[in-house]
Design a protein around this ligand. Structure first.
Ligand code: KG4
Ligand code: ZN
Length: 345
């Protein structure tokens, strides 16, 4: 089954064609990051307008790269939430119009679920599917969650952030340090300037929230902001690589330690990292090291599939379509959509 997926929840416009939820046939993406960099963050109205200009060219690029025509597509899918209302509307409306015009099945996709399904994707080289029960650490710009997945569509949120998401903390600390938008990758680059063979003479506070699977990242963000303010007021030079490295280490330490503990406690068959922050090399390495030592298989998507893309949308849609699910043509966007999960524990 060839699914055409559309992603437009924030500042990336994506169209991708994926076979059977796994094989990427084409994956086109237009990023607006440069436009928003001027403002230091995403401006919703600007994002919606950019989506509108990008959507048709991106769709054409995906079909061209796949060297297929509309007749070869079996279903259309689009992100319907969570995200920004205006940008979401562009993708959902385009997908519905195509589905209506070509009489194709239409599926609305939950963006959070799609991030997890990036772990099923591959290009040419065959890759085994993740095994259940799967523990996923989903860390993006707005979410930080530990999710136990017993089967397709069966989600249990074990824990989540009580304040800032991990990506949000990266973005805010990057801004405090005067690094360019988007903050996550800039902060990673700044941290890489700290020599790896040198121990870190700075330890930032970690919120462990022991006995829970929850996270909190606002304390460390405030600690960095106060430290930097004080240094600037005293006329001292701010050691950006050191602070970036210490921040990255603290966040990585908390995420990896809590993920390992949950994986052990629940007997997870595998751990899968997902979301934009999954692109962070220090986090990938730390989790690979800790889980490897515990003998727990660990996987993460290639960097381009960690941040927002349409291949993950087409991939996630396949598993719903395969179960006979179809979205109503009246489906509306849901900016505050959550993962369809039972909560508790
Ligand atoms: O999943 P995503 O692309 O968009 C959302 O759905 O939110 O995640 C974006 C977030 C941003 O906060 C960005 O700074 C962060 O992921 N991010 C990173 C890295 N690349 C992206 N954070 C740390 N290290 C990175 N290399
Ligand atoms: Zn995302």
């Amino acid at each position: 089954m060839l699914v055409l997926g559309i992603e437009s929840s924030c500042d990336e416009t994506g169209a991708a064609i994926v076979r059977d939820g796994r094989v990427i046939v084409a994956n086109a993406l237009a990023s607006q990051a440069e436009v928003h960099a001027r403002y230091g963050g995403v401006v919703p109205e600007v994002a919606a307008r950019q989506q509108l200009t990008a959507i048709i060219p991106v769709l054409e690029t995906a079909l061209e790269r796949a060297q297929i025509g509309w007749d070869d597509i079996d279903a259309i899918a689009a992100t319907y939430g969570p995200g920004l209302a205006g940008p979401l509307l562009v993708g959902v409306t385009a997908a519905k119009a195509i589905a209506y015009g070509r009489d194709l099945p239409f599926m609305g996709v939950n963006h959070l679920e799609a991030h997890i399904y990036a772990n099923w994707l591959h290009a040419e080289r065959e890759r085994d599917d993740p095994r259940f029960p799967l523990l996923s650490l989903l860390v993006s710009g707005a979410h930080s969650e530990l999710i136990l997945i017993r089967d397709h569509g069966d989600y249990e949120i074990l824990g989540q952030t009580r304040d800032d998401a991990a990506g949000e903390a990266f973005d805010k600390v990057a801004r405090v340090l005067g690094l360019s938008y988007p903050g996550g990758p800039s902060l990673q680059r700044a941290a890489a300037e700290w020599p790896t063979n040198q121990p870190l003479p700075l330890k930032l506070p970690r919120a462990w929230l022991r006995g829970t699977n929850d996270f909190s990242f606002s304390g460390i963000k405030t600690a960095v902001a106060q430290m930097v303010d004080k240094q600037r007021a005293a006329g001292e030079t701010v050691n950006v690589p050191l602070i970036a490295a210490a921040f990255q280490e603290a966040v990585t330490d908390v995420l990896a330690t809590k993920t390992l503990a949950a994986a052990k406690a629940l007997g997870a068959a595998e751990v899968a990292l997902a979301g934009g922050v999954a692109a962070n090399l220090a986090l990938r390495e730390r989790l690979a090291h800790d889980l490897g030592r515990a003998g727990i298989p660990f996987r993460f998507p290639p960097i381009a599939l960690c941040t927002d893309n349409a291949a993950m949308i087409a991939g996630a849609a396949y598993f719903h379509l395969q179960r006979g699910e179809r979205a109503d043509m009246l489906l509306d966007v849901r900016p505050g959509l959550a993962l369809p999960a039972r909560t508790g524990r």
